[in-house]
Each structure stands twice: as C-alpha cells, then as structure tokens.
Ligand binder design. Structure first.
Ligand code: GLC
Length: 639
C-alpha cells in the first residue's frame, strides 16, 4: 500500500484499538495544518470559507458536518434529534475539502472525542479527546475519493455478508412465539411480497438470558429453523452482551468462575441492569473472554441459524446497582425537605440520571490482556470486541459458511467484522432524511453493510412515511423493517396499498444484481457504496449544497422523496441524465433531462432513479427470495 500520503502522530500512550491494520512510521511534532493547544490538549484547524467537512459515520445533522458539535461516545439514545451530540457509533474519520485542497484525518482514540466543527466559532474546527492517548492520522490526497481509499487501506477490508442478506427482512420487537413468526411468513407469502429474513427480538429467549431459547414458545427450535428455511426464510436472532445473574444458569456460572466479567475498582463484578434484569458484562476486551463468548454462538449455529444482530453493546446500562443506591439515598434526603421549585427540579434530575449515567462508565475496568483500563477510556471498543468475538467464532465454528452479522454500536475497525444498523430511530420524516445523510458517511468509514430501521423504530409510523422510507431503503444494503413494541404495527401487509409495497420490494429484488455488484466493488476496492454528489462532481459548486441526493455506485443517482404529502421534489442534475421513474420493476417511464434544476413529479408509489451518461442499470426479474433470482438473465436500461 502507498503510505507516504499518511502521517501518523502519537500523543500520550495510545491503546491498541485494532482500528488500523498497516504499519505507518511515526512522525514527531504536531500534525501539519493543525495548531495544538497544550493546556487543553486540543487540535485546532482554521476552516476556510469554502471548506466542507464530510464523514464521522453514523452521526447527526447533514452530509456536510460543518456547523455543529459531535461527540464520539457511543450512546443509547433513541430520542436523538438535532440538538444531540452522540449516537450509537463513533467513527472518527473525516475529510476537509475546499474544492481544490483536501485532507483527511482519523483520530484513533477509543474514549470520548469532541469534534467542534464550527459550533463554538463558525470558522474553527477543534478536536478534543477527553483522554490524551491518541494516534492522529493525517491523510493527504488529491480528491476526497482518493483520501477515502487510502483511509480504507489503512483500516482493512469491509465485512461482506451472505448474498441472501441483501433481501428484505421483517422485524418487530413483539414477536413472542414461533406462531407469531409463522404468521408473518404466511402473510408475506399470501401477498407474494419477497422476504428473506424474519428477525427474532429478545422474546425468543428464556427470561432474556443470552444464548437460550424459550422451549415453550419455540418448541423444537432446530425444526422450526428448518421449517422456515424450507419457506425460504432465515431467522435472525438478537444477541445482547449482558449475562443474567442467576444461579444455575450455565453461562453465568462459567463466566463467574473464570472471572470473565468487567470488574469494579474493588475487584467485584459490576452489577448493571438491562433487559434480563441484573447482569454482568463480559469483558470483551480480553481475548480469552472473546473466545468464550464467541464459542457460545455454537448453540445457534447448531440449530441452523446463519445470521445475528448484536444489540445493546454500547453497552447500554438501564441502571447500575451502585448508582441506584445513590439515587435512593438522594431521594430520601429530598423527601425529608420541603421542596422549593429548584428542589423539585433536582429531584427530577436525580431520577433522570438513572440510565446510561456517565459515572457508571467510570465504575468498571477491562483487562486488556494484562493491562487494566477503566472502561470510559476505551468505551467505544466494547461493541467492536463483542462483534469481533462473534466473527472470530464463526471462522472457527463454521469456516465454510458466510454468516450475517451486524451491530448497534460501533467504532472504526468493526467494519471488518460486521455491518451496522443505525439504532433506535423514530417514525419521523426527519429521521428518513437523517438515514439518507448518514449513509455516505458510513460508506466512507468502511461500514458498507448498513441501514436504518425502515419506517422508524419508535413512535407510530404512517403509510406514506413507510412507503417513502421503503423507496429509499430499497437502495441500502441492509433493508430491514423494524419497530418497537407498543407502536403501530408496520409489517407491509398492515397497510392499504399492499400492491404498491409489493412492487417496491420487488423492485429491490430486481436491483440486487446492481446493488451487490456496487457493494462488492466497494468492498474489494475500498470504495464507497453511496456517495455525496460532491465526490464525483467536485468542480460543480452547486453540488456542495446537495444534501438529499446520493450516488449509488458509479452508474446511478437517487433522489428520495422525504417530505410529508410531497408528490414530487426539486432535483439538481450535475450533468445530463436519464430519469427512470419506477412504479414497479417493469412499469416505468424514462426521460432524458439536461443538467440543471428540475421539479420532478414522484407520486407516493414512484421511485426516482437517474442513470448517468454512458452507464446502464441492470434489472433482474424479481423472485420471492434472493437465492431464486436469475442473476444472469438481466434486462438493462441504458443511457
Ligand atoms: C433495543 C434495540 C431494538 C430492540 C430492543 C429490544 O432498543 O435497539 O432494536 O428492538 O432493544 O430488544
């Protein structure tokens, strides 16, 4: 690999995060272009008027990150909106580009890192790691695309899932029994809507104990897995890291006996609560623990399962035993007083401090194969190592099989072990737009197999939001409809316009040859699956501000409708393109449009695809399952 364009600088004593796979010689001093404030240990860069900032993976706000403050500190925050700073992921790679001069940086620090990109001062970007121990990579290149390639060589190749994982998946927190799942499969089959996966949320477990299956609700589980597979459907269970504290539960007892759980300063295992109630957290940063936890997936592999979603791995903490005791103490004190209005707010804040409390992440330690480290200093590595534990186990236990694996939390480097979904979003139009804006940044960071909960996880979706979201989701590698218990049912058969939904999912299946070829190309050549327009049309200043159109591979541009009641939208074409307005894979009209601005009609069931000059879009004849697609017999729309 060409490394003379990458400069590496070290500050403090950096941890071995595993993010980088190449040896780069160390430079001395401060990274070029940056100033460094010794007192606050902050890197400072003066933004030029025309600088745009791309990257940071799964974060809030737009494609151009300029104008906000982002904190890389994996957080379980389902009610994320514009004024939040942290989400489930921490992907510390970004590119600054003014249109002629550009560079990339990767801040390899697994603790909290604050990227103030023109928030405090609109013309200044500062980067401040909470703990100094940082490796700072500065990546030079002539274009953003070149910089992405170099960065991705630095961090290694992206995870590639099995081909069936590009199919449609139905999920919902609330399927409790095998019959619930049978019904979902039957309803899709009845309507002929393609379906490859049904996800099993936490209720499949016995009392939410990891690596168990409830025998009453899922009798003869391996037979059920076979029965579903005969229907062309793979079951994909959710796996949470917390191990329920329960005498007699073999996994708990084994982990306890071997000392595999995260410990507090006094050597006691941390007690936290998540879905199972009180749990211990396996210390995934330790290689013995990774092997032990990973080997436990065997029970699922033996039952015939081929896919998993690793969840709650920030790790989310509903409460810790220690903090809860402090809360009760505090409440007792308040109870004795006559509360004035400030006392009342204090009381509310105390209650609000129970879950995901920053202090809790300072209460426990990891054994990094001999080096004791307080959790918060390496917080963002927890999910990476849980996913790594599974990925390495699959290589040992099922070397000939491709296994679907994706995670909720992530840090740079995890892209080699699995994909991601973007956590608990809401059924909001703004979260559809956020999904569109996150995707290219995820691609930059190597998270090619990615997608959001289509339709929205929390809150009640609507038929039109669901349809518009599916119209974007058919282009995302992970294409999964998922929602929370207690919200409005949102399986596609719940809505009135069933045939429109069928047409859209069929269109996805028709697009799979194109989607998988773009994906494989991006994985093999360290390229992006989805790109901002700017990356390919850098000379065109209008593309600077295009925040809701994306290039998918090199042949097409998409312009999803993401506004309520809209029956069309404005689209900017950076060059002449052929519009294909799809109603289904074989019902579409086409029109060649000149470079420039256009208002383009798109009724609720219509998908806008633009083919670039000299390119073509291949389409397969849809099938009910990916493995039944005839990938060789393709129709081609050319421009
Ligand atoms: C978390 C997950 C969500 C899941 C729920 C129950 O909130 O992000 O996807 O449905 O837990 O397991």
């Amino acid at each position: 690999m060409k490394i003379d364009n990458i400069r590496k600088y070290e500050f403090g004593t950096p941890y071995e995060t595993g993010a980088v796979v190449c040896d780069i010689p160390k430079m001395v001093g401060i990274p070029e272009r940056f100033k460094y404030d010794m007192d606050s240990q902050t890197f400072i860069y003066d933004l030029h008027e025309k600088d745009m900032v791309f990257g940071l993976g799964e974060t809030l706000r737009g494609i151009n990150k300029r104008g906000w403050i982002y904190v890389s500190n994996n957080a379980d925050d389902p009610s994320h909106d514009e004024n939040k700073t942290s989400l489930y992921a921490s992907q510390n790679f970004l590119i600054v580009d003014d249109g002629s001069d550009c560079f990339g940086i990767f801040i390899d620090n697994p603790g909290s890192v604050t990227f103030d990109i023109g928030y405090t001062d609109m013309n200044v970007m500062t980067i401040h790691p909470e703990y100094n121990d940082t490796t700072f990579y500065l990546i030079n290149g002539n274009t953003p695309a070149e910089i992405v390639k170099s960065f991705r060589e630095l961090i290694g190749k992206s995870y590639v899932p099995p081909v069936w994982a590009f199919g449609y998946g139905q999920s919902r927190w609330g399927y409790k029994t095998a019959d619930d799942i049978r019904e979902v499969a039957a309803r899709y089959k009845e309507l002929g809507i393609p379906l490859d996966m049904i996800y099993m949320d936490i209720d499949y477990m016995q009392d939410f104990k990891v690596f168990t299956i409830n025998p009453e609700r899922f009798p003869n589980f391996p037979d059920f897995v076979k029965e579903m597979k005969a229907e062309g459907i793979r079951l994909v269970p959710n796996v949470d890291p917390g191990v329920k504290i329960e005498d007699g539960y073999d996994i708990y007892e084994e982990g306890k006996e071997k000392g595999y759980y995260c410990k507090k300063e006094d050597g006691q295992d941390l007690v936290a609560a998540v879905w199972p109630g009180k749990v211990h957290f396996p210390d995934f940063l330790n290689s013995d623990v990774r092997k032990w936890f990973g080997d436990n997936y065997k029970v699922f592999l033996d039952a015939g399962l081929e896919g998993f979603w690793n969840d709650m791995n920030e790790p989310a903490i509903f409460y810790s035993e220690d903090h809860l005791a402090e809360v009760f103490e505090h409440v007792k004190e308040l109870e004795k007083k006559e509360l004035d209005i400030w006392g009342f707010f204090e009381f509310k804040d105390v209650l609000g401090s129970i879950d995901n409390n920053p202090e809790d992440y300072r209460r426990f330690y990891h054994d990094l194969d001999g080096r004791k480290v307080r959790h918060d200093k390496v917080h963002n590595l927890y999910s990476v190592n849980m996913t790594r534990s599974a990925s390495e186990a699959f290589k040992r236990l099922a070397p000939d099989k491709k296994i679907l694996l994706f995670s909720r939390a992530s840090y740079t480097g995890m892209h080699r072990y699995g994909g991601v979904w973007t956590g608990d979003n809401m059924a909001r139009w703004s979260h559809l737009l956020l999904n569109i804006q996150m995707m290219p940044a995820l691609s930059m960071n190597g998270f090619l197999f990615a997608g959001a909960d289509i339709g929205g996880f929390g809150g009640n979706t609507t038929e039109d939001l669901m349809m518009r979201w599916v119209e974007f989701g058919i282009f995302t590698p992970l294409f999964r409809n998922h929602s929370a218990i207690g919200t409005r049912d949102q399986e596609l058969y719940r809505f009135n316009r069933k045939s429109d939904f069928k047409n859209l999912v069929e269109l996805r299946y028709a697009l799979i040859p194109y989607i998988t070829s773009v994906f494989m190309n991006a994985a093999e050549k360290n390229d992006m699956y989805m790109k901002p327009l700017w990356f390919d049309y850098r000379g065109d200043d209008r593309c600077r501000e295009v925040e809701d159109q994306l290039l998918v591979g090199d042949s097409i541009m998409i312009a999803p409708v993401h506004e309520q009641n809209a029956t069309g939208r404005y689209v900017y074409l950076p060059e002449e393109m052929k519009l294909v307005r799809f109603r289904s894979y074989d019902d579409y009209d086409t029109e060649v449009l000149p470079k420039g601005d256009h208002y383009i009609k798109a009724e609720l069931n219509e998908v806008l695809v633009f083919i670039r000059p000299g390119r073509e879009l291949p389409l397969a004849t849809p099938a009910r399952h990916v493995e039944d697609l005839d990938m060789n017999n393709l129709k081609v729309i050319k421009f």
